[in-house]
Design a binder for this molecule. Sequence first.
Ligand code: ADP
Ligand code: MG
Length: 348
Amino acid sequence: MTQAAEIEAQKIGKKFGGFAALEDVSLTVGRGDFLTLLGPSGSGKTTFLMLLSGFEHVTSGRLLLDGADMTATPAEKRGFGMVFQGYALFPHMTVEENIAFPLKVQKRDPQTIKRRVAQMIEMTGLGGHGHKKPSALSGGQQQRVALARALAYEPSVLLLDEPFSALDKNLREQMQDEMRRIHRETGTTFVFVTHDQSEALALSSRIAIFERGRLQQLGPPREVYERPENRFVAEFLGDINILDAEFDGADARTEGRTLKLAEPTDRKSGHIAIRPEYMTVATAPLDDRNSICGRVTDMTYLGAETRLTLETPGGTPLILHVPTAALPPDAATGAELWASWKAENSFL
Ligand code: ADP
Ligand code: MG
């Protein structure tokens, strides 16, 4: 139903006084993409979203909308939908009036407005709440109204700035599922901001990771998680084990052992990285895998999984997420265990 748009950012820079909030950011948001901007607080995510919206303007670089320059186009002419962190609903209007507001501004005919409002109420699961004021709704319901209002006039792009940050965990997960469904149903281009890596991994078709105003990596969730291009991305997306090593082709020497790499390297030294969930634990080294021993310094029972921390003889901490059912019976703090992984599940 919606005409989705493609956005291209070319070498975007944004300064506030002498401070560079964004530097040299180039990326493309494809038509119907669900792109998430992910990064720690202060990394420039909101600034980038404000530049896309047109409420702020670039210091350098260009923005294209479906191939046409929109760098100087004012916000109201871009007409993108926006959902902010605080919902910014009109408190004196009912749910229906809030959702109808942008359509009335556009002077759509009353029949169309009525139909669209009913559709939006249905899509966002607000049935039965249309005549209530926002103050009579829960946080999750208010969030839905903000979403319904932003989608009502079928924007070509929807910009969302940490829309679920005020919701508790269960509600947040429920809204994430609905967000995916709504994205699928509308086909609109979504640009979503979060500092929560699991939210980004769960929702997005692609993730753009920012640090200190710079784009660090852009790719599908699985690619950025399993093949991070640098240490910041590797560590920001989740727990990771990093071993210092000397290389010789496809061999790596570390902690007095020779391990196999997924592929030969030209480098002489560097770091091997392994995500915790790709490590298994046993009381002896495994022949067909890389193994390294360590003493258990911490064991946290999490139900289905147990989080183990081992310390290698060289003093490197290793984190493992082990299915509780697969824990060796003698696993306990102080015990010596072997962490093992397949070469193909490690990267440099
Ligand atoms: P994020 O959304 O990733 O937390 P922001 O984009 O809000 O980060 O901010 C990035 C940096 O730019 C921060 O250091 C912030 O203090 C600064 N900044 C953002 N907006 C302004 C502004 N209007 N004036 C001055 N500095 C700003
Ligand atoms: Mg922000």
